[in-house]
Ligand binder design. Structure first.
Ligand SMILES: Cc1cc2nc3c(=O)[nH]c(=O)nc-3n(C[C@H](O)[C@H](O)[C@H](O)COP(=O)(O)OP(=O)(O)OC[C@H]3O[C@@H](n4cnc5c(N)ncnc54)[C@H](O)[C@@H]3O)c2cc1C
Length: 281
């Protein structure tokens, strides 16, 4: 199984296939391993709720290789395509294939799925807590609220190793600066001493480690706040435990895990684990 996964990862992507129903129409790179991909469906766009995900795939090595991704764009602009914010996982089965695709390449996109969505008219302060590319669903939620002329108070935490991994930073800082949306952006870098983070004056440490201090600083309690957690499983489990200790009810700790805890790329492949299957499905 491990060898098979390696073959698929290095295989040729088929340029066309009957399963393809979408086209890669735009791509920009945050850095060499983080990219924004816009994929447009052939027909009418399918409606989705901000926070939901789509599954994209290509044919390679004689089979469909596909993975789920949170949509970062708003459903209000789905006619232009669905923007996804993706990390290249070395040794992964799908992302090395995706990184090879030229603009205009055909692919498959199905969905939406997922229950990681905003509760209607919830007046509580929203703690959006993400690691890495886990900020994508939150960007969709805020973009949509802006288009719809709605808002809710948000503290937007994003944890990365290096400042260059702070995807959507300029966009979110712009919303905060212009008061387009009532949010406070709190990025944090975990490898503060690394030369790549030279000059960083923001928060330091893993995002789950700043949860408790941030709650204290902003006066957030189980009575006035709700937490949304998205990204890597260790971050989510640690942040979940912190919120439980602070007295938050389970309904006020909402979670989207990007992969099963403790699964590395080759292990996941060897065990036949499908990361498309999420806890909430
Ligand atoms: C509901 C849902 C939404 C998701 N949304 C996104 C998204 O918006 N952006 C995104 O980049 N990924 C997202 N993922 C993860 C994505 O589906 C793939 O798991 C990931 O792109 C790796 O695929 P792969 O085939 O290259 O690696 P695989 O061969 O499947 O290896 C998977 C392993 O790679 C590691 N891994 C997976 N995702 C990441 C990551 N983002 N950063 C670091 N290591 C990782 C884990 O160890 C995991 O077990 C999401 C997953 C789920 C379940």
């Amino acid at each position: 199984m491990v060898e098979a996964a390696g073959l698929v990862g290095s295989g040729q992507v088929e340029p066309d296939a009957p399963q393809y129903n979408a086209t890669l129409v735009a791509r920009s790179d945050e850095n060499s391993s983080l990219g924004y991909f816009t994929i447009r469906l052939d027909g009418d766009p399918v409606p989705f709720e901000p926070g939901q995900y789509m599954t994209i795939g290509v044919m390679a090595g004689g089979r469909m290789v596909q993975r789920p991704y949170s949509v970062a764009s708003s459903p209000r602009t789905a006619g232009n395509g669905y923007e996804l914010y993706i990390r290249l996982v070395e040794g992964g089965q799908f992302t090395p294939l995706l990184w090879q695709l030229p603009l205009g390449h055909r692919m498959r996109m199905i969905g939406p799925k997922g229950k990681f969505t905003l509760q209607p008219d919830d007046p509580r302060t929203h703690l959006f807590i993400s690691s890495g590319t886990g900020n994508a669903p939150f960007v969709s939620m805020i973009r949509t609220q802006i288009v719809d002329g709605l808002s809710r108070p948000v503290l937007f935490l994003n944890g990365v190793s290096y400042t260059e991994e702070l995807g959507y930073r300029a966009l979110v800082e712009g919303w905060q600066r212009d008061r387009t949306f009532p949010l406070t952006y709190l990025p944090t870098v975990s490898r503060a001493a690394d030369p790549r983070n030279a000059g960083w004056t923001g928060r330091i440490g893993r995002v789950e480690a700043i949860v408790e201090p941030v709650c204290r600083e902003f006066g957030l309690t189980p009575d006035n706040a709700i937490a949304y957690l998205c990204g890597n499983p260790d971050m989510i489990l640690n942040a979940h435990a912190t919120f439980q200790a602070l007295g938050f009810a389970e309904e006020a700790i909402r979670k989207e895990l990007y992969w099963p805890k403790g699964k590395e790329p080759k292990l996941a492949a060897a065990e036949g684990i499908d990361p498309a299957v999420n806890d909430d499905e």
